[in-house]
Ligand binder design. Structure first.
Ligand code: FAD
Length: 203
């Protein structure tokens, strides 16, 4: 059983953006000994069939499925301290005292905080999160999608949500921004409430 300070569930626009910001913060004193992981089961991502011509910085014809693969490589090469748990599907989440227990089809993990960035499809709801589900407010009703109730991305103690499943409209940049926001919120908390941005600068 591995223990994490933060375990991100889902490795698409929201999850990988969240992980990249944590990775870039690992040399800060308030984040130095933190253990961050991401479960990167990629099959159910909306990106699998997307072509992204309207996202700043992406070349015309950029395929979402390529971003899913390249994003994993970007994370592992830039920030190898972030533990990638590949090809595992989360089945169940429960409270274990001060920790959240995360059970996948291959293993069990404990984390102080989790960030749920899974897809908003109904059958994909992870056991243990059912009580937080409500109809998605910004995706057309006939698509029958869901979100997790939250206030500023916090579902309940220790459980954050980011991306489309947080209730945002389905656009790549919005999902990525939501994951980024959650990472900086948690970093700000670790930094004793001092607002935290992680910026690299040209030398
Ligand atoms: C056909 C199509 C075209 C699109 N075109 C555009 C476009 O042109 N421009 C644009 O801005 N946006 C576009 N989008 C929208 C964009 O793809 C989404 O807004 C974005 O992918 C949302 O990111 P996300 O991280 O919130 O969720 P997702 O991309 O849905 O990722 C969810 C992640 O969670 C994982 N996951 C799900 N369940 C589990 C589980 N139980 N355990 C572990 N992991 C799990 C999935 O495998 C995936 O990695 C398009 C979407 C589609 C479907």
């Amino acid at each position: 059983m591995k223990n994490f300070d933060v375990l991100i569930i889902g490795g698409s626009a929201a999850g990988l953006s969240c992980a990249l910001v944590f990775g870039s913060a690992m040399n800060k004193p308030f984040a130095k000994n933190k253990k961050i992981g991401i479960i990167t089961h990629q099959k159910a991502s909306a990106l699998q069939n997307a072509e992204l011509n309207n996202v700043l910085g992406f070349k015309k014809g950029t395929k979402g499925c390529d971003i899913l693969n390249e994003g994993l490589e970007q994370l592992s090469s830039n920030y190898p301290q972030i533990i990638q748990i590949d090809n595992e599907k989360v089945l169940n989440i429960s409270n274990e005292g001060d920790f959240i227990s995360v059970k996948t089809n291959k293993g069990n993990y404990l984390a102080s905080k989790i960030v749920v960035t899974t897809s908003p499809a109904k059958p994909a709801v992870i056991k243990g999160l059912e009580n937080f589900v409500k109809p998605h407010p910004t995706i057309p009703a006939f698509k029958d999608k869901i979100m997790l109730k939250n206030v500023d991305h916090i579902v309940t103690n220790g459980i954050y949500v980011a991306g489309v499943i947080a209730g945002w409209r389905s656009q790549y940049a919005i999902a990525a921004g939501s994951g980024t926001l959650v990472a900086t919120d948690i970093l700000t908390e670790w930094n004793d409430g001092n607002h935290t941005m992680i910026h690299d600068v040209i030398e």
